[in-house]
Design a protein around this ligand. Structure first.
Ligand code: IPD
Length: 285
């Protein structure tokens, strides 16, 4: 993998190239699987879905990357669901969502992505998100900008929340208490009033809309590290901010996020939100 003369930066550039090729192959696999009969089951709740394809795509991604980078660590959505430790160490670590938008995939609703993030010393180095159906490929590398199909991404310049389009996702919990807080948070923002609130069924693709300036902000309780890893570096490199719902620094294991084109809008959202408790991805590790 390394000539021994390369800097870490050069080394991660090679990893990014491999990540892009692997994400494109994985997206092709998702396209082939979407029209076939799906075996659907559930994980943490009846609405937290998984299919055979999620497992097969994750297996393709991890086996490809592991062959190239045998000393690296892997956090994958389905491996974690199967009981593998979900812990971020200082080692080079790949953070993978093989099919983000599994519920959309089950219904053939075309908002589905493959997401591959990469962290070293617990710092995100690059991210790749491939929309499986419209051919858009989002990439970013720390200090090198964010791109969509080779075009530089810039977040929205809008700082007035009353002119903002805001995205969120529902999360897997649907008990009455959670739904009341979820709807209460949305009601507060709708009555700000913001221009609109949208839910598209894929955290990673929603976050990419913030990176490309098509939406001003995103917030969610209940997402996972594989939903946020690649997207966080893409938004940051596009000039946006990605923070915790308390207003502090992002912790990708915390299952909470506010992302926005401007800190002003992010802070406004932080002030409106009532928390929903989901625990942490690295609980029990
Ligand atoms: C989920 C989707 C969903 C969001 C969840 C995610 P998955 O990812 O992005 O929209 O509400 O929090 O975990 O399970 O489809 O990979």
């Amino acid at each position: 993998m390394s000539s021994g003369q390369e800097t870490d930066g050069d080394c991660w550039a090679e990893c990014l190239d491999v990540a892009v090729q692997t994400a494109l192959r994985a997206a092709q696999m998702v396209r082939e699987a979407v029209n076939q009969e799906k075996q659907v089951s559930s994980k943490s709740t009846p609405t937290d879905l998984v299919t055979e394809a999620d497992h097969q795509v994750e297996e393709l991604i991890i086996s490809t990357l592991r062959e190239k980078f045998p000393s690296h660590r892997f956090i994958g959505e389905e491996s974690s669901a199967a009981g593998e430790k979900c812990v971020l160490t200082d080692s080079p670590t790949w953070i993978i969502d093989p099919i983000d938008g599994t519920c959309n995939f089950v219904h053939s609703f075309p908002m589905v992505a493959v997401s591959i993030g990469f962290a070293v010393n617990k710092q995100l180095e690059f991210g790749v998100i491939c929309h499986c159906f419209d051919g858009t490929l989002y990439t970013a590398r720390r200090g090198h900008g964010a791109f969509c199909n080779g075009e530089r991404l810039k977040v929205s310049k809008e700082k007035d929340v009353s002119k903002a389009l805001i995205l969120t996702e529902i999360g897997a919990k649907r008990d009455p208490g959670t739904l009341e807080i979820f709807l209460g948070n949305m009601k507060k923002l709708l009555s700000a009033p913001v221009h609109g609130v949208r839910i598209i069924g894929s955290s990673t693709l929603a976050l990419c809309q913030v990176a490309r300036g098509a939406a001003e902000a995103y917030y969610q309780y209940g997402l996972h590290c594989w939903d946020i890893a690649a997207a966080a570096i893409i938004i940051t490199e596009a000039g946006g901010c990605v923070i915790d719902t308390t207003g502090g620094p992002l912790d990708i294991m915390s299952r909470r996020v506010v992302a926005a084109g401007s800190r002003k809008i992010a802070d406004y959202i932080v002030q409106q939100l009532q928390p929903i408790s989901y625990g942490r991805d690295d609980d029990d590790c």
